[in-house]
Ligand binder design. Sequence first.
Ligand SMILES: [Zn+2]
Length: 414
Amino acid sequence: MRIILFFISLFIFSGILAQRKCGTVDYYNSMKSTLMVNGQPILQSNSSNARDPYSNEMISIPVVIHVLYNTAIQNISDAQIISQLQVLNEDFNKINKDTINTPSVFKQVAAACNISFCLAKLDAQGRTTTGIIRKYTSKTSFSIDDAMKYASSGGDDSWDCKKYLNIWICNLQSSTIGYSTPPNGQIDRDGVVIQYDCFGTTGNIKYPFNKGRTATHEIGHWLGLRHIWGDNICGSDGIDDTPNQSSCNFNCPSFPKLSDCSPNANGDMFMNFMDYTDDACMNMFSDGQKNLIRGLFSTNGPRNSFLYSFGCDSSLVESGATLPSDTIVNDVKKEPSILIFPNPAHFDLKVFGENGYQLMGKRISVFSTSGKLLITKRATANNANIDLSMLKPGLYLLKVEDDVSHKIMKFIKF
Ligand SMILES: [Zn+2]
């Protein structure tokens, strides 16, 4: 009996010890001098035709995962990584099943951020990729000094931080389970770092950080969110619809959780992803947080360049395919439009719906200038690839149509 009691108390004790520890604020403080470049956001697009996101536009973020392992157990599986992507796509779109646990008073301000994440399908050179890099490191653990972000210090170099969200998976010191850079930090170290056994929902994961919320929380920081208690006693996170609370909440409080500075009887929004509660107890972002996040993608926002990142587009994975660059984006009109490139084209013509134009489901046809139908296909995504190998060099017409409208463009095959 005593032995059983001993194990029960050990379990309870270890449960209390397992409190969330995010390194982001310590990181900001330690890196203050190097993070900011003249105080200006540095990740914004250089395109002269930068645009704002549409109100409900789904913003796609290509993700590259750098798995740095010193022992086999740290080399987490593809399945574990994929399970994390699933959590991100649920949490940032309010389709996580545990939204039913959000108290009704907070449900009114719970938000779908309309951000989606994919493992990158194209690397920065336009080559096919799994979006997962695995690398042995001789370092047994890392601190919050960014060593994991450089090959020269036992880590792995970032991919273009204007186009990819870089996530480093490694063994972190001092029970820190993750940290993030701010949205306007130094470019080659931009991204988030997550403890290897606090990532995803399957595989080698550690209770109570076994539901993928560490990455949701850290990417919240990457998208400009502060801790919900403002990192101060009764501090503010700068968001109107997240009530002030005296400090962070650990473990799993029950609603309502009142604190000294609760504005009303609803108390703390401890189930917010930006508190310190256990994975199983957090389930929402608020409308105010959503608005702050989406503001980062606006014309002059530090994450605007992601509106021009095509790393999620598998249709571009071709030998010799080149990624659309800012010079192509410069040709885009701000109204919904169809983008074709390259033009002139030799092997393939890529067709995109741009600025909210829905290409998916439309019929795409190629005609000779005398009106003879030569190629036809239906777009199964918001981009399509037309094989030109059967065509002789010359001028052709491309028609994109559905039942109610059509558009015709010229292109040259050489
Ligand atoms: Zn944090």
